[in-house]
Design a protein around this ligand. Structure first.
Ligand SMILES: [Zn+2]
Length: 182
């Protein structure tokens, strides 16, 4: 068995996040308009920063747990579209979140941005002036749910929905780790 230093507190642990810290990042489901979020951003901010780092895939796997529970409890089989699930540093964080939704159909690599501009730390105005320019290549005339890591201003989700609408893809709701609008 491997022994790690917990990425949060640094104590020795049998996983990347120790038992004590796992309790601190306990999911708390929230709904705001059509966005369902699973964590308070402040609790997982540190972990989300691993997105493009070593072990980022393990961290996201750890955080993905509520997505699997949601999927298991949702009465219908869903079409799941992970937003912009391009592989960076060997993994895609949105694909990891979608992957644990076992009973559902995952539409991987169907909704990719054609603009590589980074939004982190940018203003709403900047985001609106620099759209993601999504391209959808998945099936038309379906209902689907979107998966993303964090909602900041909803610009990305709204843009994704606009593009999907043109393909007659009706977005039922969006599942995210955290919603910064609270
Ligand atoms: Zn810890």
């Amino acid at each position: 068995m491997r022994i790690f230093n917990c990425v949060i507190c640094g104590e020795f642990s049998f996983s990347l996040i120790c038992k004590k810290c796992k309790k601190l990042i306990k999911p708390q489901i929230k709904y705001k308009d059509d966005v369902i979020s699973f964590y308070d951003y402040e609790n997982i901010e540190f972990l989300i920063k691993f997105k493009y780092k070593k072990f980022g895939n393990f961290i996201f796997k750890e955080l993905s747990y509520p997505f699997s529970v949601f999927s298991a409890n949702y009465p219908q089989k869903l079409n799941v579209i992970p937003i912009d699930d391009k592989t960076k540093k060997g993994f895609s964080h949105t694909a990891i979140l979608a992957n644990v939704m076992k009973k559902d159909k995952k539409l991987y690599s169907t909704l990719h941005s054609q603009n590589e501009i980074k939004y982190a730390g940018k203003t709403l105005e900047y985001r609106l002036n620099n759209p993601r320019d999504f391209k959808y290549t998945g099936p038309k005339n379906i209902d689907a749910v979107l998966v993303d890591d964090v909602v900041t201003t909803k610009t990305t989700l709204n843009e994704a929905k606009e593009v999907l609408k043109k393909h007659n893809v009706n977005v039922l709701f969006c599942l995210v780790l955290a919603d910064l609008r609270y």
